[in-house]
Write a protein of this length. Structure first.
Length: 682
């Protein structure tokens, strides 16, 4: 039997004689003896660094804008235009001007009240404008007296833009005077200056250029992306006009982006949805749309939804800020549509309406939702998901009554919609029944474990079961998987060590019972390879000591209870990354420290700063990252667990020595192999 020089970095209790890697990775370098620890007397107060002003933003931009890629770069524009939109929504601005110059500078101008320029009472010698631009958590949106609703919450948006800009100039027209102040990389190059008098101008102008030291090659704005963002703002508030200008030299021959445009949509989200569904076949002709006025603490809601023969979508916003990951307001919107349509079914004595779910309604719905609420709570500074619980009730109450009236006012379209949704529900139930029938033999008529997220493919060929540790990692894996052929089974912590447990204890262990049930192939003498429900069984644990221990316990279980599963080549180990390296728009992943050092030396070039993030576990990774690095067959690496035929006896002895009930055998193994252990970064 052959294998890697200890697959689990010396922390797992399965020896190199049990596992052989067929990975794409290179072999690890020879291990060196661990150095003798020295007293850490060179660590003093002088080593404690205190970051002041906007330096934390430049050191860790990902904490404030999500990274340094193109998406993060355009988030700077979102922060600036959101401030102008807040002025418009508050009734103080009627237009916003967006200009992208040939020199790479982006300028956003509004005719609002203008940033305050008088001296700040708590910062001697500084104007309020300079405080806002150079101090985190400084702004006028903490108090609802200034803005009843706003997209800014933490007072960090415009100061973050300033910190990450190579050059930024602010002009404020206020009380018939024009003021100007310039900044470079977050620091003022001089005091606020009075430029002169102005008669017919008021508001704020922000002109800035992203810092290439932060964003690298991604430091240039994309006109088409900016145009789309600006236009969506105009749809969200019918009372504002947004003017667009772009230097013609920035537009290619095939670019459909205009050099100049004016956006003003009094119809709001209804206009937005009509444009989006212009070429789609509608289920009902009319768009269900409406809006409520802002009633203080109850907020305001605007919506538009229609159904069509295609894949559904919902674009949602809170205080004009896009929430691409949805949130509590989308949940209220969904509840209102579901409960309203089911109530209409009961009203018309359509008994089939009872089977419909929210998924049946939304699977072919095109929806737009915008809410305005006080002091919203978002998940993260980039505000991708709304977390305010009250938003669920506000959205549901606003939409539900209007939906009831819309349905009863036009019975023909209401009945057509109800029948359409019932058809979707019946299709869903039929597909579920077909899957259950097709897999009935494989599961031996047993109910599958509740935490198992099964795949939809009925045959075992090409399917994969990922065994992950914990519900958090399981949640990310479920979002990252290919639902067609990848199943997820989360386990709770470390499983039973079957090498030193009796049969009675093994039989009563629920986690192992769930695993056996999910596989469907039986154990020991009852094992049937033809009954195995998945072609690949992939152990996916954190890239740390605990993860290695869990993996070793699982390998021991399969070796003792289902050895044929290993010998037939079904068992694999996933290789999640330990580090994420980002420079500008380039992102790479490293599986360990040695791989990280190699990438730093060979893969990154230029003077741009390299951000290095370490993943604490699978649950910390975004689903997209987990899919890209660990679950996508076209990009991932897998380690295949293998036992050579002539090494069976050695394998059995190794498992017994390392995992059995004789601790002295493990202690002796540690003594004999300690000199080969690598340094551990714990």
């Amino acid at each position: 039997m052959s294998g890697n020089d200890d697959l689990f970095d010396g922390n797992a209790a399965v020896s190199k004689s049990v596992v052989q890697s067929a990975s794409k990775q290179d072999a690890r370098p020879p291990r060196k003896a661990a150095p003798v620890p020295q007293p850490a007397d060179d660590y003093s107060a002088a080593d404690i660094e205190v970051l002041e002003g906007l330096e934390p933003v430049r050191r860790r931009p990902g904490m404030y804008i999500g990274g340094t890629d193109e998406k993060a770069l355009h988030h700077l524009f979102a922060e600036v235009i959101d401030n102008s939109m807040d002025e418009a929504v508050a009734g103080h601005a009627t237009w916003i001007d967006v200009s992208l110059g040939e020199d790479g500078y982006l300028t956003v101008v509004d005719n609002g009240r203008g940033i305050p320029v008088d001296p700040h009472p708590k910062f001697t010698g500084k104007s309020a404008l300079e405080v806002i631009m150079t101090t985190l958590h400084a702004g006028g949106k903490f108090d609802s007296k200034v803005y009843e609703t706003s997209g800014g919450l933490h007072g960090v948006g415009i100061s973050v833009v300033n910190a990450l800009s190579e050059d930024l100039v602010v002009e404020v027209a206020k009380a018939r005077k024009l003021y100007r102040q310039q900044f470079q990389r977050g620091k003022a190059t001089g005091p606020l200056e009075l430029v002169g008098d102005t008669q017919n101008r008021r508001g704020t102008s922000v002109r800035f250029k992203p810092d290439p030291d932060i964003f690298g090659k991604a430091a240039g704005f994309q006109p088409a992306r900016l145009l789309k963002m600006a236009r969506s703002k105009a749809y969200l508030f019918g009372g504002v006009e947004i003017r667009w200008h772009c230097a013609p030299s920035l537009l290619g021959e095939k670019d459909q982006t205009p050099a100049e445009a004016v956006f003003h949509f009094p119809g709001g989200l209804r206009d937005f949805l009509d444009e989006r569904l212009a070429n789609e076949r509608r289920v009902v002709d009319d768009v269900f749309a409406g809006r409520t006025s802002n009633t203080g603490k109850h907020g305001a809601v605007e919506w538009a939804v229609s159904w069509f023969a295609g894949d559904g979508f919902v674009n949602s916003y809170c205080n004009t800020v896009p929430t691409p990951e949805g949130g509590t307001h989308e949940a209220g919107f969904r509840y209102a549509l579901l409960r309203g349509l089911k109530a209409y079914g009961e009203l018309t004595s359509n008994k089939k309406a009872a089977i419909i779910t929210g998924d049946d309604i939304m699977t072919s719905a095109g929806g737009m939702l915008s809410v305005f609420i006080r002091e919203p709570e978002f998940v993260g500074q980039t505000k991708d998901r709304l977390a305010t619980n009250e938003a669920t009730r506000i959205a549901e109450n606003a939409v539900r009554d209007a939906f009831d009236h819309w349905l009863t006012a036009s019975p023909n379209q209401a009945n057509r919609l109800l029948e359409w949704v019932i058809d979707r529900a019946e299709e869903r139930l039929m597909r579920r029944k077909e899957r259950d029938v097709a897999r009935k033999t494989a599961v031996r008529k047993l109910r599958l474990p509740g935490k198992l997220a099964d795949c939809s493919t009925s045959q075992s060929s090409g399917t994969e079961l990922f065994i992950v540790e914990g519900d958090s990692a399981g949640g990310s894996a479920k979002q990252a998987r290919n639902r067609s052929n990848q199943a997820i089974l989360p386990l709770r912590g470390k499983i039973l060590n079957v090498a030193n447990a009796g049969r009675e204890k093994l039989a009563s262990n629920q986690q192992l019972a769930d695993l056996v049930q999910a596989l469907g192939c039986g154990t020991r003498s009852a094992y049937r390879d033809s009954d195995l429900r998945y072609e690949k069984i992939i152990i996916m644990t954190d890239a740390d000591v605990d993860g290695a221990h869990i993996a070793s316990l699982l390998i021991t279980f399969f070796y003792r209870e289902m050895p044929e599963l290993i010998s037939h080549g079904h068992l694999f180990l996933a290789v999640p990354p330990l580090y994420r390296l980002t420079q500008g728009g380039k992102t790479l992943y490293a599986r360990d420290d040695a791989h990280k050092d190699d990438l730093l030396a060979t893969a990154f070039k230029g003077k741009g700063k390299i951000d290095i993030g370490r993943f604490k576990g699978l649950g910390e990774m975004l689903p997209a990252q987990l899919k890209e690095t660990t679950m996508d067959p076209s990009k991932r690496s897998l380690l295949r667990v293998k036992i050579e035929e002539n090494d069976e006896q050695d394998a059995r002895a190794a498992v017994e020595r390392l995992m059995g009930n004789k601790p002295e055998a493990r202690f002796r193994f540690i003594q004999e192999n300690a000199e080969f252990a690598e340094d551990l970064d714990i």
